[in-house]
Design a protein around this ligand. Sequence first.
Ligand code: B12
Ligand code: SF4
Length: 618
Amino acid sequence: MQKETADFGNDPVCLGDSGNRFSGAMVRDMMRDIVFLNVHRKYLDYIPSYGGFLGIYILSAWVNANGYTGQGFAGTLHQGRIIADNLCLRKQVEILGLYCDYANVTENIWLTRYVKERYGIPVILGGPQATSLGEDFLRQSGCDAIAFYEGELTVMELLNYFLDGAGSLADIRGIAYLDEHGVFHKNPLRGVIHNLDAIPFIDEDCYLIPRQDWSEISIITGRGCPFRCAFCHEGAGAKAVRYRSVDNVLQEIELCLKKMPPEQKRRILFTDDTFTLKPDRVKEICAGLKELRKTYSFFWFCEAHAGMLRRCPEMIRDLAEAGCSRIQLGIEAGTADVLKAYRKNITPDDIREVVARCRDAGIPQLFGNIIVGGALFSGEVFEEDLKFGEEILILGQGVLELGVVSYWPLPETELTRNAASYGIRIADPDFITTVDDFPQTENAEFDVWGINACVQRMRRKFNEVMVNMLRNRMIPEERMWQWIDSCGFTDLVSGYWQEALKAAPEVYAWYHLRADNEVITSDELSEPFESSRPIRVIGLNSYAEYQGPDRTMVLGHELTDRERDTLVLCTGRITAGEIAAEVNRRYPEDPGDGKPRPSVREIILKLEKLFLVAFARE
Ligand code: B12
Ligand code: SF4
């Protein structure tokens, strides 16, 4: 029962600030048995929104379908605290259920203590990180029970116990708790749910705060993973793979599509680790998505195992034909030895082939991470990874982007358990020093700062490779058109390529002006070259620096004085013929240094090749 209460009648309680700030008044005014919170501190001015936080909403849907009422909320710890106050003061919740992953253990300890001390309601906790928590966590937080692995069945028994006094904690499988004498108990685990179709769909009632944005939905079509990757939580606690039926998945998608406002770009994210495990099933889902795309426009994204795509390349075609916009691929490393140590069941050649095949099939975006500071990491491995990353970026021709992450030693994984045999020393077992921004491992060659420097170097290098690809026209024109429409970037340009385009402003401006129909290329001129009006596409006051005779730097290009003056005259106000006359008037003499002197026409074409100049469309 709640210890402190306050009677606020039916008026909404606003414990937060007004305006755009988060306010408890947004919480639906109703009673519910359990509220699931997935909260993280807002670190680095960022909070992830991708992925749907399905666990807490699926649990809500499950309890709602089974005689209790439950709702979920994902956000910041601060918001979670406001919600807890709001609900507890108004007696609108009986139990709090917290989601815990590697990144929010201390937050959950704090929140549990806060709620227990102030309001005394039961607090239970589950989620991927729960498996590694036990007695210490229970004592530190005052949490009433930790639930391991899948939560649906366990949560029902916990609700029966806490709300209706039915059964006893000792009989609930898959939990740990302290009994009334403070003695720790860990009960036997329970089996997994086999019939995933029995799990109801998430609907509006599952949201504590009515969902404003229906433009993006996440769907998970199966659970478990047959692989045993040495760094992965799933790999460690691998569960039998189970699938929802294709009909069940498509039915949920269609229901969501109906809710999603057609004027917004609709996105569907498949969050399964194992979406591409069964080619026939992928084919069926793709056929269903193709059918749905006849009625609804939407983008969709999925995760894929490179080994599966390599073995069954027809899946890539199926995904592409069904309009898959982005595939997240487990790349992780660029050497066979490291991939083997990770038990990825793939080779660098598999990755190369999959990247090329996805590119050729027309998948617009591929994403993969390279892990720095993981298994067998050394200076040599780092150099190999750099080379491999550069190679596949070039191979991808703009389709692929690579994230660079430092290795996170997730608990219970093979790599964490046997870190030393992979050459890893875990620098901070308590995970205090990172908010997703700082390495947690060291090895014989690098301390954490050395690993940090490697992460930075690799990120810079990949950005540099991408910028060079843009400047050297290594991205097919059609892709550039897909990326840049007349209003700016389209949805089809990924974040890292956007960054690269920002670092090559002349390339962006050149394509943007062309997309806007303002300029054309020299190949498209219908009039004689001399009558064209060359026009520069970037501002000299931002990007040109005079460094002395015959050396003016423009975006990394060194221009001679004739080239520089030509660029200055390219404003679209005078023709190429007039520019040539003026430049030749200023530089009548051949310097006689024995080098062939380019004509002004050649200079203009060179400036065009460097993306500095285009031609005004009359
Ligand atoms: C989509 C996704 C994301 C999304 C959405 C996150 C989310 N929480 O849903 C985003 C991109 C935000 C994300 C971020 C991170 N993720 Co992530 N993510 C996933 C992914 C691929 C799918 C999640 C999902 O939808 N699962 C399906 C649902 C049904 O399962 P569930 O959420 O685990 O919930 C079930 C149980 O855990 C339990 N349960 C959950 N909560 C509760 C609460 C109570 C009270 C009870 C009783 C039970 C219970 O019951 C649920 C139903 O059975 C998983 C892999 C996976 N297969 O789960 C990784 C995974 C959860 N992510 C992981 C990690 C490490 C992270 C990050 C910490 C890493 C990082 N640096 O980015 C961040 C966390 C940042 C943050 N602030 O949230 C790890 C977690 C490992 C661990 N020990 O913590 C996983 C398991 C990946 C892996 N294989 O290693 N992730
Ligand atoms: S990394 Fe992916 S494939 Fe490997 S065990 Fe984890 S979920 Fe499975």
